[in-house]
Design a protein around this ligand. Structure first.
Ligand code: SF4
Length: 143
């Protein structure tokens, strides 16, 4: 309906026609600081945008998905709600009515830095093995 777009004080949901730039959502930090809800959540007449404690929102969203399934919307699902997913869950999550790809979202997002410790460990072990092999070659070659 566009209420959220016109309510956003930062023009976040809109995109500039001339250069395609968009602005990052600040979650209305100034409003939150004043004890208010984000402008888009307050403006949404259908309460499609909701703000509150994550656990509460997850619970409410899970109930909504269940209702949709009962009504035959079998593809309904939550996206970004799981704190154990590849990105550790998002601060904002979505109720989708179809596969994430339909909305241009990656089906199984993973933060690129998640595997860094394991990668460094493997690289360290490989370096140790190479060092040992080199030392062994020198020591083995001198006798
Ligand atoms: S939370 Fe605030 S800044 Fe973010 S999109 Fe909604 S109105 Fe805009």
């Amino acid at each position: 309906c566009g209420y959220c777009i016109s309510a956003c004080p930062y023009g976040v949901i809109d995109q500039r026609k001339d250069d395609g730039r968009a602005w990052k959502c600040t979650l209305c930090y100034d409003r939150l600081g004043a004890g208010m809800t984000p402008a888009c959540a307050q403006a949404c007449p259908t309460e499609s945008i909701q703000y509150g404690p994550l656990d509460e929102l997850r619970e409410r969203a899970a109930e909504r998905v269940e209702t949709l399934h009962e009504r035959g919307v079998s593809e309904a699902r939550l996206y970004g709600h799981d704190p154990h997913d590849g990105v550790g869950g998002d601060g904002a999550f979505f109720l989708l009515l179809d596969e994430p790809e339909v909305y241009g979202l990656p089906p199984d997002p993973i933060v690129t830095t998640r595997d860094l410790p394991a990668m460094w460990k493997r690289a360290g072990l490989a370096a140790l093995a190479m060092t040992a092999a080199t030392v062994f070659a020198f020591v083995g070659g001198s006798s």
